[in-house]
Design a protein around this ligand. Structure first.
Ligand code: SF4
Ligand code: SF4
Length: 422
């Protein structure tokens, strides 16, 4: 056995906590998780059944943690887990799972399959079976602070660009501000208008805020690839900067996985509570609305639909807020089929869109989103995750659809009361 395989199997053993053991032992093999997974529904291939994606981990659990498995192993029976098998499973664990959580809500015995796949990724990464695209993004996160290799100079250029665009000064490294705004790589490079939109909303609401030249990146590739040490390092950057500045809140951006990493995983990763709160931008905007500090006028009459980002909605519980905000600015909002908690993933979360090996499969999986969009009859789709937006834009282009896309923060900012938003 090679040293890397041994490392990977040890990572599997370390991952084998009480929840994992109870999930494997309670699986009734009903197959309902298959119908919840877009990679299965859009290909019809049984290998994409969520519980099957965990087969090497299950085999190790059975062999080393159950009485029958141990007896079989003593008799030289039962399959072991080897490099060839892990190599075969790598596309199942990384390319065909966005960690969207839909299988988790579908499982009748409550197995958190998403948690299990994340745990399995830890062993896959340790045994050298993570995909090259994700390894590269993770390396850039460590060396340069961002998975897309964005340096502070580039971020500051985008900040200056938005200052010029809006005529509003964006505070940088302002100690004692109430809110620290961070962004995902995809927002910084693809949708910097998110920052300008926030600047306009915050000016109307009278918010004290800042961005940081030391911690501007919210994306956490450590979680996507399955390496806790790297995930901890990336979270710590934000925590250190926020606590140094003394902010009360960190505003998680329009990015699903960044929210999960910072809001839910971060305190466990660093082993202590934060000295600030993490608030998702949609929660903040809705709070400002309730406080009468977010005021809009007029509504678009365009037919709009909403894509619910899995980590923000299904895994994060922010279901009502985007709809309330849309109600302020849209008169023809149309829910898609399967909205909210049961929405279908864009197909690119969980590191899938950073993994070129998965592109062809991702476009196949997009067919479910295509059907949802077409079924809604909307001409524009709104979302609150820059990664979803980018993945959906690529899907629309692939299928030659002319649906437009817009971020929710940007849409709200377009309808700010004019005398207060100028
Ligand atoms: S988390 Fe989503 S993509 Fe991954 S196996 Fe479950 S349903 Fe499929
Ligand atoms: S839905 Fe749950 S119980 Fe059924 S096969 Fe999948 S993991 Fe097992």
């Amino acid at each position: 056995m090679t040293a890397t395989l041994e490392r990977g199997l040890n990572a599997f053993r370390e991952a084998m906590d009480a929840p994992i053991a109870s999930f494997f032992s309670s699986c009734v093999r009903c197959g309902l998780c298959a119908d919840a997974c877009l990679f299965y529904t859009e290909t019809g291939d049984p290998k994409y059944t969520p519980i099957h994606k965990l087969e090497p981990l299950r085999r190790l659990w059975k062999r080393e943690y159950t009485l029958l498995g141990k007896l079989a192993s003593l008799l030289g029976l039962g399959k072991t887990v080897g490099d060839a098998e892990l190599e075969e499973w790598s596309p199942l664990v990384y390319d065909s799972c966005t960690l969207c959580g839909r299988c988790t809500v579908a499982c009748p015995v409550g197995n958190d399959l998403t948690y299990m796949i994340r745990k399995m990724r830890e062993g896959m990464a340790a045994s050298g079976h993570a995909p090259p695209g994700l390894i590269d993004a993770t390396r850039k996160s460590i060396e340069l602070g961002s998975p897309m290799g964005i340096k502070p100079k580039t971020f500051l250029a985008q900040v200056r660009g938005q200052e010029e665009e809006t005529g509003i000064e964006i505070p940088l490294d302002k100690a004692g501000a109430d809110y620290l705004v961070i962004m995902s790589s995809m927002e910084i490079m693809g949708y910097p208008e998110y920052l300008g939109s926030l600047a306009r909303i915050f000016r109307q609401a009278g918010i004290s805020w800042t961005v940081s030249s030391e911690a501007f990146e919210a994306t956490n590739s450590g979680i996507q690839i399955g390496v806790s040490d790297i995930a901890r390092q990336i979270v710590s950057r934000v925590v250190d900067a926020a606590e140094k500045l003394g902010v009360k809140y960190v505003v998680s951006p329009e990015c699903g996985h960044a929210f999960t990493a910072l809001r839910w995983d971060g305190p466990n990763l660093i082993g202590r509570p934060y000295r600030f709160e993490v608030v998702h931008v949609l929660e903040l905007l809705d709070q400002l609305r309730r406080d009468g500090r977010l005021r809009t006028e007029g509504k678009t009459g365009e037919a709009l639909t909403l894509h619910d980002p899995c980590q923000i909605v299904r895994r994060g519980g922010i279901v009502a807020e985007p709809r309330t905000l849309l109600g302020m600015v849209a008169s023809d909002f149309r829910e898609m089929e399967d909205p909210g908690m049961y929405n279908w993933c864009c197909g690119g979360g969980g590191g899938v869109s950073a993994n070129p090996r998965a592109d062809e499969l991702r476009f196949k999986a997009f067919k479910i989103k295509k059907r949802q969009i077409e079924g809604s009859g909307a001409s524009t789709m709104v979302t609150a995750c820059a990664n979803c937006r980018n993945v959906i834009e690529e899907g629309l282009e692939h299928y030659k659809m002319d649906t437009k896309m817009i971020g929710l923060t940007e849409l709200v900012a377009e309808y700010l009361k004019q005398d207060e938003a100028a």
